[in-house]
Ligand binder design. Sequence first.
Ligand SMILES: [Zn+2]
Length: 227
Amino acid sequence: MATLAAPPFRTGPVVVQPLRKKHCAECRSGPMGLLMLEEGAPRCLDCADLGHLVFLPRGDTALTRRAREESSLSAVVVRFNRRRSRYERQGVLVEEAALARAEERCLADAEARRRRRVRDARRRTAEDVRFTDAFAAEIRRLFPGCPADRARAIAAHASVRGSGRVGRSAAGRALSDVAVTSAVIASVRHVDTAYDQLLMNGVVRYEARLRIAGVVETRLREWRGEG
Ligand SMILES: [Zn+2]
């Protein structure tokens, strides 16, 4: 009978969820939800000295591993899958105190991870502020005529994290003149010209850029202090 064949596990005692109703060969109690086979004969967990263990269903790998580490005695629980002709793990039996300790360790980990995320977010915010400050300073260096609040707005816009805008590109990070200038041009285009309106009216992009090129050039010269 397949359910009485020795399950292929070597990880301490193996406990079986029987497919059929069975009674303990020793104390005759049953039918048993879980049993252990000893020399082919089913025994209840009490008779098998596993009655004090609690069942932890499979699914949480870290919790399972830790519960088994914490438990001086643990057992693997399996059930025979007839369709696949093999035993499959259903979970483990561990000491209740061990399970409690394992749960605490997992909770502590989750809490540690949460605190770390908060620290990371704070650091990124600080980095963003420093980056935006540096970017604004570069704008003002290249374009001294650009109002400070405008430079700040351009820098903030350009350095929005993950936006893929110029400020976050490698060149932008390096604050190259080209990257800073293209951020300024983009801003002038959208804020100081009819560019967006042209695009909305169906003017193709290169044509719209041509039409506003003069306005952009004038503004850049002005901000460069070239009058
Ligand atoms: Zn028994």
